[in-house]
Design a protein around this ligand. Structure first.
Ligand SMILES: Nc1ncnc2c1ncn2[C@@H]1O[C@H](COP(=O)(O)OP(=O)(O)OP(=O)(O)O)[C@@H](O)[C@H]1O
Ligand SMILES: [Mg+2]
Length: 712
């Protein structure tokens, strides 16, 4: 219904003309005769005129028809021309399109084929037009094309197919977009097809697929890391590996998305050039930080069978742990080196000091004896006193060196660090002066320690003096104590330390701090940054020696311009506090008892013999353990006191005393605390209640100690 009315409309101009013609023609025939009959009465004339009128009518209508038809024909020719023009334009466009394009009628005859299609098929236009696929292609393909065509014609919708075509260039793969063409009445009268060559893309895709499959198993089991395969758009094709959890992304989330979609700019900037290099055929390695971790990223190209790069591969490994252990190892090596260095320096210093010390005992002792025998006004007196003072200063130095090399005999007593520090406070206040505030923070319930009290005091003095020197403009000196447990981890980093419970004594200041170089050399003897005469560089080295001799460790924390904190850890013990040592006896120092003097160093032996003989004692002298035992056997008289060096060749002092006492149970002993090399081997520690006197000794000190031991 609708179509017929449309058709009526299209026909209207012609109909109108025909109707007008019919009306005018009819009117003419009707009225021209009547009009003629009005004016002409003659029947013959009338008939003749009517014949003329008929001729006239034919003439006019013939002219009219001629005019109309010729006009129509002219317009037709013009239309044909412009249609030709647009068709040739269309053909040019089609021929230059990068796709193969055709139009077929509904029965499959080619109405149009552009140049590319003609080239693919390998025939001229003439030989394609009005042919069907059946005529042009092998059966199987022709059937497939036709099946696709029919699908589109039936559905009347555009559709896409993948079609294969065997052309002179070999097998090629196309994406065929086919759609129906409609006429004015919306009837499908033809089918248009556009073919895009996807052979290359398809090839790359299959290669990629192959690579993906090849790497998928490998990736899934990649230990401690990930394998990522990415294409030329930096889109991840495959992501897997045991390290994936750390990224907090699943592989489903990552695959199919690009580097830019997934990672923050920092990672992208680090990784992108590397990825691109891989896609350009270059292998690279870099370290990339992401989140809390550090990754080592290896990138390399993935090739297809033809040797083209189809993708890039990144293999990542979390190296945070490795880096950390490497750092720890370096630290440990450094620490080990430090302690070995200290050990070596200690041995050297200890050896020199030991030999020096025996000589100094002689110099000091003999000068003292000379001084005792000189008259008060003797002109030699002041010179000898100078010698004595110089020898004392030298003895002070060797004492410190021996402390550092841990070759000093110490007497351990169970003590409370809080109590020692508290007692020392008054002395320390005097040392540090008014500008520095001293704060003491004792830990409640501090564990007991087994220490040589004098050494602890000495440590506090050394550290406090250093703190004072570091705070010339005043500041705060803090002494703290605490119970501390040193764990495996700490001890791994500090080879000197052993895991366990410790009492800590910390001395901190708000001074100038120190740089790395100073920190590294701090505990070396004679290392000082102070000007000549201000420091000898022995303070911390002796402190270090003392701490080590207590089986403790010392650590330093310092920041330039902020301050320094030394922490001393001493092993804690569960024993109760030792009773206070007896006060040294004053008064009479002479005696008549028999003393067995055992000393392998002749200078010291002669000196001690002379001094004691002068104070009235009877002396038996031996130069070692063997001769001492012989002496004791030969003498049936009582021996009251054994005065012996601690360690001598063959038999040491302790052992000698033990053997002698078997026969003489009342024998008393006074050890001369020689700073001998071997003492350390034998722990270097006498029982807390052992009597001992340090070398070099003053005459006064020796005779007093001897008297005290005999009377006790
Ligand atoms: N609390 C501290 N603050 C800043 N630097 C310090 C501190 N303690 C020690 N030092 C640095 O360590 C160096 C060595 O100290 P050490 O006590 O061994 O020797 P000294 O103080 O220089 O001399 P000595 O103690 O023999 O008089 C010092 O010269 C100083 O540079
Ligand atoms: Mg010092």
């Amino acid at each position: 219904m609708k179509t017929s009315s449309r058709r009526m409309l299209q026909l209207r101009p012609a109909l109108r003309i025909a109707l007008i013609y019919a009306v005018f023609g009819g009117l003419w025939i009707l009225f021209s005769d009547r009009l003629l009959a009005l004016f002409v009465a003659n029947a013959h004339l009338l008939t003749r005129l009517q014949t003329f009128k008929g001729w006239f009518y034919v003439l006019v209508t013939a002219g009219l028809v001629y005019y109309l038809v010729s006009q129509h024909l002219r317009r037709e020719t013009q239309l044909e021309g412009s249609r030709r023009l647009s068709e040739s334009r269309l053909q040019a466009v089609l021929d230059n399109a990068p796709a193969a394009i055709f139009i077929k009628d509904t029965r499959g005859h080619y109405l149009l084929a552009n140049r590319l299609l003609r080239e693919i098929i390998g025939s001229s236009e003439g030989s394609i037009l009005s042919k069907t696929d059946q005529d042009l292609f092998p059966d199987e393909q022709a059937r497939q094309y036709r099946a696709h065509d029919i699908e589109v014609l039936n559905s009347e919708k555009p559709m896409e197919f993948e079609e294969i075509m065997i052309s002179p260039g070999g097998l090629r793969r196309y994406l065929a977009t086919k759609f129906p063409l409609f006429d004015e009445e919306r009837r499908v009268y033809a089918l248009c097809g556009i073919l895009t060559d996807i052979t290359a893309r398809h090839g790359a895709e299959t290669q990629l697929k192959k690579s993906e499959e090849r790497y998928r198993t490998l990736a899934a089991n990649f230990p401690n890391g990930m394998i990522l395969l990415f294409d030329h758009d930096l889109r991840y094709l495959l992501v897997d590996g045991t390290g994936l959890q750390e990224l907090r992304m699943t592989k489903q989330e990552m695959e199919g998305r690009t580097l830019a979609d997934l990672f923050p700019p920092a990672v992208r900037e680090a990784v992108e050039p590397q990825y691109r290099a891989a896609l350009a055929g270059e292998k690279r390695v870099a370290e990339v930080a992401f989140g809390d971790f550090l990754y080592e990223v290896h990138t390399l190209p993935v090739y297809d069978e033809r040797g083209d790069v189809v993708a890039g591969m990144a293999m990542t490994q979390n190296i945070s742990q490795k880096k950390q252990s490497e750092k720890e190892r370096l630290l440990l090596e450094n620490q080990l080196f430090q302690s070995q260095k200290m050990e070596a320096i200690g041995r050297l210093a200890g050896g020199v000091a030991h030999d020096f010390n025996n000589q100094l005992t002689g110099i000091l002792g003999y000068t003292e004896m000379i001084l005792q025998s000189l008259r008060p006004g003797d002109p030699l007196r002041s010179d000898i006193e100078e010698i004595h003072r110089a020898a004392e200063r030298a003895a002070g130095l060797t004492r410190q060196l021996l402390t550092f090399s841990r070759k000093q005999i110490i007497s351990l007593q169970v003590a409370d660090l809080n109590e020692i520090a508290n007692e020392a406070q008054r002395m320390l206040r005097r040392l540090i002066g008014e500008d520095i505030e001293l704060v003491f923070v004792p830990a409640p319930d501090l564990a007991h320690v087994k220490v040589d009290r004098h050494q602890i005091e000495q440590m506090l003095v050394n550290l406090a003096v250093n703190a004072r020197d570091a705070m010339p403009g005043g500041g705060k000196l803090m002494i703290e104590t605490a119970n501390v447990e040193l764990d495996e981890k700490y001890c791994r980093q500090h080879p000197d330390a052993v895991p366990g419970r410790y009492a800590m004594l910390a001395v901190s200041d708000t001074g100038q701090g120190m740089d790395e170089n100073t920190k590294a050399r701090l505990f070396e003897p004679f290392f000082t940054t102070k000007e000549k005469g201000r420091g000898t560089g022995l303070g911390l080295s002796t402190t270090y020696g003392m701490v080590r001799q207590h089986q403790g460790t010392i650590g330093v924390y310092s920041e330039k311009g902020v301050g320094t904190s030394f922490k001393i850890y001493l092993p804690s013990c569960d024993e109760p506090l030792a009773p206070a040592p007896p006060a040294p006896a004053r008064g009479e120092v002479t005696g008549k008892e028999t003393i067995l003097l055992v000393e392998d160093e002749q200078t010291v032996r002669d000196l001690a013999e002379k001094i004691l003989a002068r104070y009235g004692y009877r002396i038996l002298v031996a130069d070692g353990g063997g001769s001492a035992l012989l002496q004791a056997q030969r003498n049936n008289e009582p021996i009251d006191l054994l005065l012996t060096d601690v360690v001598m060749p063959n038999i040491n002092g302790k052992e000698l005393y033990r053997q002698l006492r078997e026969r003489r149970p009342n024998l008393k002993v006074l050890y001369m605390s020689g700073y001998t090399e071997n003492v350390i081997v034998h722990s270097g520690i006498l029982e807390a209640d052992a009597n001992f006197i340090s070398k070099p000794f003053a005459i006064e000190a020796l005779v007093q100690k001897v008297r005290q031991v005999l009377d006790h």
